[in-house]
Design a binder for this molecule. Structure first.
Ligand SMILES: Cc1ncc(C[n+]2csc(CCOP(=O)(O)OP(=O)(O)O)c2C)c(N)n1
Ligand code: SF4
Ligand code: SF4
Length: 611
């Protein structure tokens, strides 16, 4: 079979296909998003696939599929597991029928996340096994093994990816396609599936027994292996997992390595045997001291995040070769470990070309982004803005400076309500996007209506889940498969929840936006303002139009620069121009310039003339 160059996420999708998975659900979130996108693109003939409104819904739908005996997979980013924690914590009690895998992608270093979480701790908390692939091949293979473990022990399994594993590419050997040929049939079994206290207490006992059996299985599983060095030197043994394994192999090529692919329940027997065979155990792991603490609890003298009081490997951020080289240097200089480690070898200079320093490029809203008009208008009011997570979070940055809090998805409405409840001295505005509204904004809106709040609520409805790469959601009228479906209306939902004041505006009409906000903010009642304008990256409205600056009319006042559109450029001494490659023709700058210097033009007209 032809080998393929696959990212970890593509490999997980292939693994689900090869393992005869029947259902795949999820909610987008970097770095996990492409798993479901790939399943829907390549394997939908065999696997039912859906974007669910949020991770809890996705998780529960996959649980339902598994109760029929089907194999099911659910995907999310690490913070998504917080949302799905409720079903996870009880699914470990009820167990599963068909193989069930929750793929959770952690983001060490917070490349695109609001926090860092180590999902291994969540697996421990929920008492479910966690598998940790180190590359794309393992990512694919572990899906199959994960289903087998899940079915053999009747347990949900977490497959923990990280940004590095999900997004880096390596060669993958495809496997054979499994055909389980099982009937999918729900079997009634209330004692196993209905955790009323009397049954749940029995389930709790069974859960502990299962953990013990899993712990023994982990010790003999091929997912956990010892790689002895060829020299026979048993001085140092490094315990590691995930992408940290790759860095260990590069920085400590002479070390004996215990590579954990199934790290919880901990493979105690294997850990103890490895520790017995080497003189000094070192644990190298990304994020928390998960393995280190357990090995210490087993009575193994282990060096982990620190040596003495000296910090060795940080328990935050992403690891890389340079971090481990620094740690190796420290180990080679520390009297307690100097006999085991030489200083790291430096890559010869010639192989490391000096790279020019790149200009700093902070993240900004795209040219023509509809969110910009709303925040430009909102900035004029003396209000507290409780924001949320989406492209609009970028409104926190200059020149908009228009976001005061961000907590978690859905928090835009609920945090606003809390500020309002405390009788804050300034009006409060809660802002979130359309995908976030369906994810967890609706309940906050209901709370505000029910408890007689008076916040102004804004949904930035750009007709797509933009920040994670333009996924469909219940408001877009399309499924993940691109099929037409019911298009849920935010306005109708709000009215059904009792919101009286509901208005829909375009943020590209600045004066109308400002006037509407004024009415809503000054009101003693709650308002919902649906700010509707499609994301130009997904739906370009006027591809043949641009805006240009008529230099004869421009007074060099700089007012347009406060809008923050990256297409508006300042050249030399206060000369403002529009970069036509970037301009998305939203025409908002035309409304900002009092002197009419911004003029719309058709790029197809003879001289690119003004129109
Ligand atoms: C619990 C959780 N799940 C997923 C994510 C990843 N994520 C960040 S923003 C976002 C959706 C944003 O969509 P929307 O609210 O429509 O705003 P837009 O980016 O389109 O402006 C998602 C899914 C997250 N941060 N938290
Ligand atoms: S992707 Fe769309 S919504 Fe996001 S910043 Fe760009 S234009 Fe705005
Ligand atoms: S029309 Fe103006 S504000 Fe809109 S994208 Fe072009 S330059 Fe930017």
């Amino acid at each position: 079979m032809t080998k393929k160059l696959l990212s970890g996420n593509e490999a997980i999708a292939l693994g689900a296909y090869e393992a005869d998975c029947s259902a795949a659900t999820g909610y987008p979130g970097t770095p996990s998003t492409e798993i479901l996108e790939n399943i829907s693109k390549h394997y939908a003939d065999k696997i039912y696939c859906e974007w669910s409104p949020n991770e809890k819904v996705a998780f529960e739908a996959a649980v339902g599929a598994s109760t029929t005996g089907a194999r099911a997979i659910v995907t999310m980013k690490h913070v998504g597991l917080n949302v799905a924690a409720d079903p996870l914590m009880t699914l470990s009690y009820t167990g599963v029928a068909g193989g069930f895998i929750a793929v959770v992608a952690d983001d060490p270093g917070m490349n695109s996340s609001q926090n860092e979480q180590d999902t291994r701790l969540f697996a421990h908390f929920a008492k479910v096994p966690v598998l940790e692939p180190s590359d794309s091949q393992e990512a694919k293979d572990f899906v199959k093994v994960g289903f087998e473990i899940s079915e053999q022990f009747g347990t949900p399994v977490i497959l923990r990816a990280t940004t590095m594993v999900s997004h880096s590419r390596c060669v993958v050997e495809p496997g054979t396609l499994m055909a389980l040929n099982r009937p999918h049939s729900f079997q009634r079994d209330p004692q196993r599936l209905v955790p009323i206290p009397a049954y749940a207490r029995q389930m709790r006992v069974r859960l502990d027994e299962r953990i013990e059996r899993l712990q023994k299985a982990a010790s003999v599983s091929s997912l956990n292996r010892i790689e002895w060095n060829e020299s026979g030197d048993r001085g140092v043994g490094i315990v590691t997992s995930s992408s940290a394994y790759q860095y260990v192999k590069e920085v400590f090529p002479e070390a004996n390595v215990l590579k954990l692919g199934w790290c919880y329940p901990f493979p105690d027997e294997l850990m103890l045997a490895f520790a017995d065979a080497v003189e000094q155990v070192v644990v190298v792991e990304e994020l928390d001291n998960f393995v280190e603490h357990h090995m210490k609890a087993l009575g193994i003298a282990t060096i982990g995040k620190k040596i003495g009081d000296e910090k060795l490997v940080p328990n935050y951020g992403a690891l890389d070769v340079d971090v481990l080289k620094k740690a190796r240097k420290q180990l080679s200089e520390n009297p307690a470990t100097a006999k085991y480690f030489t200083a790291p070898t430096e890559t010869p200079k010639a192989e490391r070309p000096e790279l020019p320093t790149l200009p700093n490029r902070p993240p900004v809203l795209c040219p023509g982004c509809p969110h910009r008009g709303l925040f430009y208008a909102l900035k004029k009011f003396d209000v507290v803005v409780a924001g949320d997570i989406g492209c609009y979070s970028l409104a926190v940055a200059p020149p908009l400076n228009c976001m005061d809090t961000v907590l978690c998805m859905g928090g835009g409405f609920t945090v606003a309500h809390g500020i309002d409840c405390a009788k804050n001295d300034r009006p409060v505005v809660g802002v979130l996007g359309d995908s976030t509204f369906f994810h967890s904004g609706m309940t906050g809106l209901s709370d505000i209506v029910y408890n007689k709040g008076k916040s102004t609520l804004i949904v930035l409805d750009n007709r797509i889940t933009a920040m994670t790469g333009h996924q469909e959601n219940p408001g877009t009228g399309k499924t993940i498969m691109g099929e037409a479906t019911y298009e849920a209306k935010i306005e109708d939902i709000a009215k059904a929840l009792g919101m009286k004041n509901v208005v829909t505006i375009s943020p590209n009409q600045l004066d109308h936006t400002t006037a509407t906000l004024k009415t809503a903010i000054e009101s003693d009642e709650p308002w919902l303002v649906v700010v509707k304008e499609p994301c130009p990256l997904a739906f370009r409205k006027k591809p043949d139009h641009r805006v240009r600056v008529n230099q004869e009319k421009c007074k060099k006042c700089g007012a347009c620069l406060k809008f923050g559109c990256p297409a508006i450029e300042l050249k030399g001494d206060k000369t403002v121009t529009v970069n036509e490659t970037l301009c998305a023709a939203c025409d908002v700058c035309m409304q900002i310039c009092k002197f009419g210097a911004f003029e719309s033009c058709d790029i197809n007209s003879a001289k690119g003339g003004l129109a």
